[in-house]
Design a protein around this ligand. Structure first.
Ligand code: C2G
Length: 131
């Protein structure tokens, strides 16, 4: 029985998000997702997400391969979340490679390749430029 944990903002939900969550789920039996709060996102990216944390949570919770969700309030609390949710493996996209190796004391860490050519930032740009 392996419990997987992953984190993200998952703003303007797209197929890259589906791919990583689905692949993360196949690595174990139970998938827990920490969703960056609006405040945490502001501190990381200097802007609030397009979708509210309530809506982002609702979308992620509705996926059939996601078992549990919670709000991630700080990047520094990774280890506390991993312990609280008794995770065996932390899964992140490879844009974060190396960044969370410090939790290897408590769980395995796997970085999966990102889906090419799609991101929330790009979608926002495309929509902004539609005339
Ligand atoms: N992702 C992906 N392929 C894409 C876009 C995103 O695999 N084309 C992955 C990212 O690598 C990440 C997850 O989807 O693992 C969520 O992406 P974001 O919403 O951009 O998450 P981020 O803001 O990077 O937050 O504690 C860590 C942070 O909360 C991660």
């Amino acid at each position: 029985m392996k419990r997987i944990i992953t984190f993200g903002t998952f703003d303007v939900f797209h197929v890259g998000h589906v791919n990583i969550l689905e692949r993360a789920a196949t690595l174990g039996n139970y998938l827990i997702v920490g969703i960056s709060s609006d405040k945490l996102n502001f501190s990381k990216k200097q802007r609030y997400p397009i979708y509210s944390q309530q809506d982002r949570t609702r979308i992620i919770k509705s996926l059939k391969f996601v078992d549990e969700v919670f709000l991630e309030e700080s990047l520094e609390l990774k280890l506390e979340y991993i312990r609280k949710y008794k995770a065996d493996i932390l899964v992140m996209g490879d844009d974060w490679t190396g960044r969370f190796d410090w939790v290897k004391s408590d769980c395995d860490v796997i970085y999966l390749p990102r889906t090419p050519s799609i991101s929330t930032t790009e979608i926002i740009e495309v929509v902004r430029n539609i005339k």
